[in-house]
Ligand binder design. Structure first.
Ligand code: CO
Length: 165
């Protein structure tokens, strides 16, 4: 296992569309392990393969409820709306307000290629949308309502409360 470098905003690789994974082999597993380790070290809740320079449809997420490894994930249904704070390990120290669905269902494959389905609400829904967007070269700043200013960021690490609509 190894910590990989996280690509920062401005790098072209973050704007490319990632390719489907077809081989569920040791190379994939070592990418997944490196991505998880890199995400935990950076104290993030999600990381997509393009963020470590690999244009493959691979995502790891852990919102504090255990590690999710999602291969070839896609959102198959979305409902409701939430407005809340979002950041990205590729844009350290910055946060913005983004409107996302309140609940999503994603279909994906696990590391053995088996089909799985993940339902997420609130933060997990937000993380699923954010990370899957990365696989299509989309960053949260493309969708941000407004960026938080210095005062809001220094006025504590309090998250802006999720607004259920
Ligand atoms: Co991100």
């Amino acid at each position: 296992m190894a910590i990989r470098n996280i690509v920062k905003e401005g790098d072209d690789v973050l704007r490319k569309v990632s390719r489907e994974v077809v081989n569920f082999d040791e190379k994939l597993w070592s990418l997944l392990e490196d991505m998880a380790q890199t995400m935990y070290k950076a104290e993030g809740v999600g990381l997509a393969a393009p963020q470590v320079g690999i244009l493959r449809r691979v995502v790891v997420i852990d919102i504090g409820e255990g590690l999710l490894e999602l291969i070839n994930p896609k959102i198959v249904s979305a409902e409701g709306e939430q407005e809340g704070q979002e950041g990205c390990l590729s844009s350290p120290g910055e946060y913005g307000i983004v409107v996302r669905p309140y609940k999503v269902v994603a279909e994906a494959q696990n590391r053995r290629g088996e089909h799985i389905r993940v339902t997420g609400e609130e933060l997990l829904a937000r993380a699923l949308c954010h990370e899957i967007d990365h696989l299509d070269g989309i960053l949260y700043k493309d969708k941000v309502t407004r960026m938080l200013d210095q005062t809001e960021m220094s006025s504590g690490r309090k998250r802006i409360k999720l607004k259920k609509k």
